[in-house]
Design a protein around this ligand. Structure first.
Ligand code: ATP
Ligand code: MG
Ligand code: MG
Ligand code: MG
Length: 564
């Protein structure tokens, strides 16, 4: 590719609204352009990388025996009503009506659709097992789209769905997919970790996430050093905490507004310490339901979601972001599964963190005079606590260390949750109708591009592994406008590399060396060849790997370049 015919749009300035380095570099290198909140276009240079990632994913899925399909992104509401998720999905699902007033959504995922197609065509155990996959656009109306394509609203996902006669066969395919994922993430050159994941409301099913380790990751991982245990903290085991502790909360007073019964009888307070740095004040209602939670400390949202505690009914769900206040590094406003109609707010009066007001709801069901040190010092009678750094691993092997990770993929044994809900059956060898077992396997294709950059960059820009670089080699001719020898050598090398199947870019834009090199480094091209009159005089090219400190001289032949 001659760059004179391949517009690049690079900038030196770091965009002010991009927080993480991958987002900054993808904008600066012209990989992506924003269209709206959580909406990004992939420009020619960026699409080359995205296409390569998708190709690796496809190759490994095909190798693992999965079959590619393509399903519509627009899905009829009826299927979601059948599975029961039309009401459960909430605001993350984008819904709309067509001209006939029929309800649709833009698919956030495709379990329902694939179940529908499966039941159209599959009747007999002889047709199973089968694993369908697609690489397709999803839309999720994320509460907080951020970090560019890392958490966007429209994104490209590889999603696969397998069907089986038995749970054992599902397990076999799950391991097959796990192996495929290990190959995919390895080929991407990523430092990754499969970790135990929360199986959410799907039941005791097996589930693992593939995380790219990076400081900017939104998830917290508990990994046993010297062992094999690894879990998303959301899914990590709780551990015995030792002796019961004293009751707390005595000094708080309840302020409630008459006529509002739901949250009136606030009775219990306890603290859950997550990773040793987060304090939660949990307010429980008289009927045992969880009413409110106030938080203090340096934490991430998934640490809060991870607040599994014997006294907390189930993983917490978050209140709306507008209910999350930030005062002195405190985020508050989380609501558990109770009959409380209004999201929780804890009200930290400025400079009064020692004696603050913790609300049960917006309308004055408050506890006043709450004091962290006094009231939230110790759990009441907690006999379990979340896993923490330095703990012995739950399996007894190794010591827990925390890492941050970016969820790049997620594999799941769904069991019969969807097939049962959607009335899917196949006949077994005895002619009996059986509800097939199902697995699902996702990879965030667009997110992976950003995740790899988070791990692989320096002050000058992106550093792509060869496998997903937009161009593998860039040729930078010096003074080719004045030297026909340089121009000829550059053209010849370009054409021969291209003929050899190498993705090569020739910077024939006539830029000065400094600006050529800066672009090549920002874009992250792994191999650079500089051709000038001086080196040609000794029949040499200058070669530099993107990671190398210094350039070196190599023979001025295509063969010598191909060796790199
Ligand atoms: P997250 O926890 O980050 O919200 P998720 O658990 O909701 O992700 P899954 O439903 O497991 O996501 O989807 C499969 C994969 O799709 C994820 O592992 C992730 O790589 C990718 N993905 C999910 N949401 C987004 C998003 N908003 N933007 C980009 N990629 C995403
Ligand atoms: Mg999500
Ligand atoms: Mg997740
Ligand atoms: Mg997931």
């Amino acid at each position: 590719m001659r760059l004179s015919k391949f517009p690049l749009s690079t900038t030196k300035e770091t965009p002010a609204d991009a927080q993480v380095v991958s987002h900054q570099l993808m904008l600066r290198a012209g990989y992506i352009r924003q269209l709206g909140s959580g909406l990004y276009s992939w420009m020619p240079i960026g699409l080359r990388t995205l296409t390569r990632i998708a190709a690796i994913v496809r190759e490994e899925m095909n190798r693992a025996g999965a079959l590619e399909v393509l399903m519509p992104s627009v899905q009829p509401a009826e299927l979601w009503q059948e599975s029961g998720r039309w009401d459960k999905m909430g605001a993350e699902m984008l819904r709309f009506k067509d001209r006939h007033q029929n309800d649709f959504c833009y698919g956030p995922t495709h379990e329902e659709v694939i179940c529908h197609h499966f039941r159209q065509d599959f009747r007999s155990y002889r047709q199973l097992p089968v694993n369908f996959y697609q690489v397709q656009t999803k839309f999720r109306d994320e509460r907080r789209p951020r970090f560019g394509v890392m958490r966007s609203r429209e994104f490209l996902m590889k999603d696969a769905y397998s069907f089986h006669m038995t749970a054992d066969d599902l397990h076999r395919e799950y391991l097959n997919m796990r192996d495929a994922y290990v190959r995919i993430f390895t080929r991407l050159g990523a430092n990754f970790r499969p970790v135990k994941a929360d199986s959410g409301n799907i039941g005791g099913a097996l589930s693992e996430e593939f995380h790219i380790l990076a400081g900017s990751g939104e998830d917290l991982l508990a990994v046993a050093e010297g062992g094999t245990y690894a879990a998303n903290v959301e899914a990590a085991e709780t551990l015995p905490s030792g002796k019961p502790r004293a009751a707390a909360g005595a000094a708080m007073t309840k302020v409630s507004t008459p006529g509002q019964k739901t949250c009136e009888q606030v009775s219990k307070f306890l603290e859950v310490s997550l990773s040793g740095k987060v304090k939660l004040l949990v307010v429980k209602g008289a009927e045992g339901g969880l009413i409110g939670i106030a938080l203090r400390g340096d934490h991430q949202l998934n640490e809060i979601k991870a607040a599994k505690h014997p006294k907390i009914a189930s993983p917490l769900t978050m209140a709306a972001p507008e209910d999350v206040l930030k005062v002195f590094g405190c985020e508050v406003g989380y609501l558990g599964p109770v009959a409380c109609p209004i999201p929780v707010i804890a009200d930290f009066a400025a400079a009064e963190v020692a004696d603050f007001v913790c609300g049960a709801n917006e309308n004055d069901h408050h506890l006043s005079g709450v004091n962290w040190e006094r009231d939230c010092a110790e759990p009441e009678t907690a006999d379990l606590r979340m896993i923490a750094e330095g703990d012995v691993s739950p399996d007894g092997i190794g010591t827990i260390k925390f890492y941050r990770g970016i969820e790049g993929g997620h594999i799941f044994q769904l069991g019969t949750k969807y097939t049962r809900a959607m009335g899917v059956t196949v006949l077994d060898a005895d002619g009996q109708a059986v509800v097939p077992e199902m697995g699902c396997y996702g990879i965030g294709v667009t997110r992976l591009a950003a995740a790899v950059i988070e791990q692989s960059h320096d002050a000058s820009g992106i550093i792509w592994p060869d496998a997903i670089a937009p161009f593998r080699v860039i040729i930078c001719p010096i003074g080719s406008d004045k030297s026909p020898a340089v121009k000829d050598a550059a053209d010849k090398l370009h054409d021969e590399l291209a003929a050899a199947g190498i993705d090569v870019a020739l910077d024939d834009r006539g830029n000065r060396p400094g600006s050529m090199f800066a672009d090549a480094e920002l874009i992250g091209i792994p191999h650079r060849i500089v051709i000038g009159d001086k080196s040609l005089a000794t029949q040499q090219f200058e070669y530099k790997h993107r990671r190398a400190e210094k350039a070196e001289m190599i023979a001025a032949t295509t063969a010598a370049v191909l060796e790199r």
